[in-house]
Design a protein around this ligand. Sequence first.
Ligand code: G3H
Ligand code: 13P
Ligand code: ZN
Length: 309
Amino acid sequence: MKRKPDTIFITFEKALKKRFAVGAFNFYNLETLQAILEAGEAMASPVICSVSEGALKYMGIDATVMMFDALTEKKKYPAYLHLDHGKSFEVCRKAIDAGFDSVMIDGSSLPFDENVKLTKRVVKYADKHGVFVEGEIGTLSGIEDNVEVEDKDARFTNPKEAKQFVMQTGVNSVAVAIGTSHGAYKFSGEPKLRIDILSEIEKELGKFPIVLHGASTVDAKIVRQINARGGKIKGAKGVSPKELALICSEHNVCKVNVDTDLRLCFIASLRKNLKASPKEINPRFFLSDAREEMKNLVISKIKLFQGNL
Ligand code: G3H
Ligand code: 13P
Ligand code: ZN
């Protein structure tokens, strides 16, 4: 399918203007992609289908694009294929050449000037192909990142640096660090996000699309279900859904990334059915239920990112 360029830019403009966020959901096989797309259709909403470098390796770039194109050909509402956390110019170039709608170049672990240089190079290439580019500035914090810093605020995005970054690179959106982190263990104590820093960034950037990574809410009920069925996930904690709904409806956050919650949901379903149906050997029996539960979860995320709890 030949995708229509520009629609992703229009989607971000709408999100910024109307104050909602588009959900960016990670997929890594047929069922997870179907779940995301079906949820988008059910909600008459755009969705961003994210592929990490790991997922790209797992599926292969050609199969990823062909599967995405085949499944989206007859869709009514837009779905965008997005590279999540591309770490090099080469991987972004490959994704752009293969037909991705959007790429994230993640130079956030580099010194500022190197991040700018790398991001600028990707923007220049992407521009020629009408592809949307997300950059990142700041270090996603949390108990996983093992980064020892003297000044605790140093790990968060510096609002003035964010402005410099956006101006110097020409990115279309920017991912910021305000206290979220990837994975199921986001907070050792009370979940706390730096909304004050987000507001400062917004003051610096004006009306500009901001992206929130590490936004899974890690539902305690699902974690309990997994643990009750043989899983071992202890001390998991995510972002508060209430705070997330507020962030989406009162700030310039236009894209919210979710992977961990989808994984938890999929695994909880598999564990439940594997235990309940020990004689069943048809993988489709298990996968179809997991897909349905993931679809329902994506629907609830879309509602949340529209500001509805
Ligand atoms: O942002 C990271 C995503 O959760 C992707 O994780 O590299 O294991 O696919 P992954
Ligand atoms: P979670 O691990 O909180 O789902 O975040 C996913 C993410 O940011 C993907 O880029
Ligand atoms: Zn991320």
